[in-house]
Design a protein around this ligand. Structure first.
Ligand code: ADP
Ligand code: MG
Length: 703
């Protein structure tokens, strides 16, 4: 958020902090200046606007407050049961307050005859209600401090608590800060926006997010501050997009020629689905528009993204430009190479493959033909972004399974073409909800393939507990009898490679025992294998030599073996939802009915249960993505790290979808109307965005 000068004031300059506490705040909570303290939001609020009477107290209540007079205090019990008991009385009865620690301090604080406010969670002790270790303060002080109303609870740490910075201590600092910031949090949103949305003033919002008088004020503050947070991100993303459109001339792929037509009419082995046709059209329109295309293609696993990208490569070729396709793994790059060369058959198109295993000689030939234009399409891994890979005229870049590549790598590919930035198509099989896409990929246009090729039978998914293992193996044997193949997948545990390996090895032994050689042949693939061995094992499965593939999640993305009809996932409780969905997508690619069997122990957390139920209930990647987002939050969704989304402090991407849309539309409006924010009514907004560190480089160019 804002970083005008006063907010950058080091935290030790806040009254009541001092050097020692400042150091602690830095190391314990990363609070280093006024701004970071201001952004230390309460993690929940308790309602201190209501007082309960003592007769209403029971142990089903959460944190509540009562008020009354202390009538006596005494120390009772011996040694470990030694405790201070104070009796509080109101007009409806009396109740005991109990402290086992800090007795000396409490007994000085609590005086018989005075009126106090007590805040805590009631407990039931031998049929009698009491409060253990409640917060207590003089009623008079309570009124003075304004503790009444909603009350924020702040996270703190043991060390901070030792220095008086528990939740209450932090609240005290916050009050101090807010009073010092009076008049220092100027409005920057355009008036029209404030009026349309009834936003509370900025300063009010910051005060109310910390010290709301009631729930309505809190809601209004949250609404405004969440909007602000999202609006800034959207302005940044849309500005980037617009700037790119203005400054990069796109190559105009005006014509559709022989390569495209011949392939489409004579070689394409099936009819494109309606969704594939629509997406090809969208891409064609972009490529011919004179703007440089930056498009995200989302399509569930098996929806046929590869052929769409190939068709677009042919359009590029029809306009005399080369294309390249970058895949995240060697297995995938090989597979794309095979698929594409098979689809192109005897068409006069030269396709090359470049991966880490490409030999020196082969490399030299590739580099030469790339540069002299003989090579039309280059497929490969990260190797494509090496400096010595130089194209004659790269016109179109396809990036498969984008979440494995950073933005930086993307732009490295762009820089390969001298005069122009090529058109870029990013493909992902990890569907993400629309609102998240708006934020994560807000600078890209989005196409969606929301239809599977015809004839696919939905995959049947079941959940089995470990003790049904023998039945499951029996079922797999019966499928193998029918000529099918099966994957058996074990979890990969990053923190403990050893454990992962042990699981896989034990599993492998078990599978060997259950599916004895020579009747059955088994492939095994895991992350610690040499690439060559991995490929060999993979190849044996692809060509049908082996019937079973035992693997870790290395086979998660992209692998295509249409004859495989069973996906057995072991210790399924250890997998995330999107990972499970990706794995399941490895089957159901052929004509046969496919099955996904999720095996777990009987010990399942509530969340694991929900993941399992979701997988069994639906095959729809978008629905699964929504559940995943709600369960895990955006931080765990791939691609979010580089989007600014991780800076979100207030917004909950899963819950605040309406505000996201609102912010997106508002940003669109301002960018369209006044891209440089040159109008006088946008001056404050411009100033704010410039001061905002995140967007410094972006907005400072405007002037
Ligand atoms: P993904 O979108 O997961 O990358 P692929 O491109 O690997 O999917 O396609 C999955 C399978 O579907 C491939 O075997 C491909 O040949 C096939 N396929 C793609 N489009 C069609 C279509 N329109 N009709 C029939 N099969 C198709
Ligand atoms: Mg794919």
């Amino acid at each position: 958020m804002s970083s005008n000068n006063i907010l950058e004031t080091p935290i030790e300059f806040l009254k009541g902090v001092g050097p020692q506490r400042a150091q602690l705040l830095k190391t314990e909570l990363q609070i280093s200046n006024f701004e970071t303290l201001l952004q230390h939001f309460p993690f929940r609020y308790v309602d201190r606007s209501k007082f309960y009477t003592i007769s209403e107290v029971n142990d089903t209540l959460a944190y509540i407050q009562i008020k009354g007079h202390i009538i006596k205090t005494e120390v009772v019990g011996e040694k470990r049961t030694k405790r201070l008991v104070a009796t509080l009385k109101d007009q409806t009865g009396s109740i005991e307050l109990v402290w086992f620690q800090g007795m000396k301090w409490i007994s000085e604080l609590v005086k018989a005859g005075e009126q106090y406010v007590v805040f805590g969670k009631p407990a039931d002790f031998k049929g009698k209600f009491s409060f253990n270790h409640p917060e207590i303060e003089l009623y008079e002080q309570y009124i003075q401090m304004g503790t009444e109303g909603l009350h924020g609870i702040y996270s703190s740490t043991e060390r901070l608590k030792n220095y008086g910075l528990d939740s209450k201590g932090i609240l005290k600092l916050m009050r101090q800060l807010l009073s010092q910031l009076q008049g220092e949090l100027p409005e920057f949103l355009p008036l029209s926006l404030i009026e349309q949305n009834n936003f509370v003033p900025r300063e009010t919002a910051w005060k109310d997010i910390h010290i709301p008088a009631n729930t309505n004020d809190l809601k209004a503050a949250e609404f405004r501050l969440k909007f602000e947070e999202l609006f800034i991100i959207q302005m940044r993303l849309l500005k980037l997009k617009t700037k790119r459109n203005l400054s990069y001339k796109g190559m105009v792929f005006g014509k559709v020629g022989n390569y495209f037509n011949t392939f489409y009419n004579d070689y394409l082995p099936y009819e494109l689905t309606g969704a594939q046709k629509r997406v090809v059209k969208e891409i064609r329109a972009d490529m011919g528009s004179g703007k440089q295309m930056n498009r995200l293609l989302q399509g569930d696993v098996g929806s046929g993204k590869t052929v769409v990208s190939l068709i677009c490569m042919l359009i590029s070729l029809d306009n005399s430009y080369q294309s390249c396709l970058m895949a995240p793994t060697e297995i995938l790059a090989n597979q794309h190479f095979t698929t594409i060369t098979e689809l192109l058959k005897d068409m006069p198109i030269k396709v090359g493959l470049l991966t880490g295993s490409t030999g020196k000689k082969q490399r030299a030939i590739l580099f030469e033909t790339l540069l002299n234009g003989e090579l039309h399409i280059l497929i490969g891994t990260h190797a494509l972004i090496e400096d010595n890979v130089q194209f004659q005229n790269l016109g179109f870049v396809v990036i498969d399974e984008q979440h494995r590549f950073g933005v930086e790598q993307r732009s490295k590919l762009w820089n390969k073409s001298q005069q122009y930035v090529p058109h870029v198509l990013v493909m992902t099989a990890t569907p993400i909800p629309r609102t998240l896409a708006m934020t994560v990929y807000g600078d890209l246009d989005i196409s969606i393939i929301d239809e599977l090729p015809p004839g696919r039978k939905p995959i049947l998914t079941v959940h089995r507990f470990d003790d049904k293992r023998l039945d499951v193996y029996e079922f797999i044997r019966s499928q193998i009898e029918l000529g099918r193949q099966a994957y058996i997948v074990y979890p990969l545990i990053e923190e403990s490679e050893k454990l992962d390996y042990k699981n896989l090895e034990e599993g492998y032994d078990m599978v060997l025992y259950q599916f004895p050689i020579p009747r059955y042949q088994i492939s095994i693939v895991h992350g610690r294998m040499k690439a060559k061995t991995k490929d060999w094992e993979m190849q044996r499965f692809v060509n049908g030599t082996t019937q079973i593939m035992v693997a870790t999640t290395v086979i998660e993305v992209g692998v295509n073996v249409p004859n495989a009809s069973i996906m057995l996932i072991e210790s399924v409780e250890r997998f995330g939802l999107s990972q499970l969905h990706q794995l399941r997508g490895r089957v159901g690619r052929g004509a046969a009915q496919s099955y996904c069997i999720l095996m777990s122990s009987h010990k399942l957390s509530r969340e694991a249960r929900l993941r399992l139920d979701t997988m069994v209930r639906t095959n729809d990647g978008f629905e699964i993505a929504e559940v995943d987002l709600k369960l895990r939050g955006p931080g765990n969704i791939e691609g979010t790290q580089q989007s600014g989304l991780m800076d979100l402090k207030l917004t909950n991407i899963a819950q605040d979808q309406e505000i996201i849309e609102l912010a997106r539309h508002a940003a669109q409006y301002f960018i369209e109307k006044d891209v440089n924010l040159a109008l006088p009514e946008h001056a404050d907004l411009l100033l704010f965005l410039r001061q905002n560190s995140k967007s410094k480089s972006n907005w400072s160019r405007i002037s």
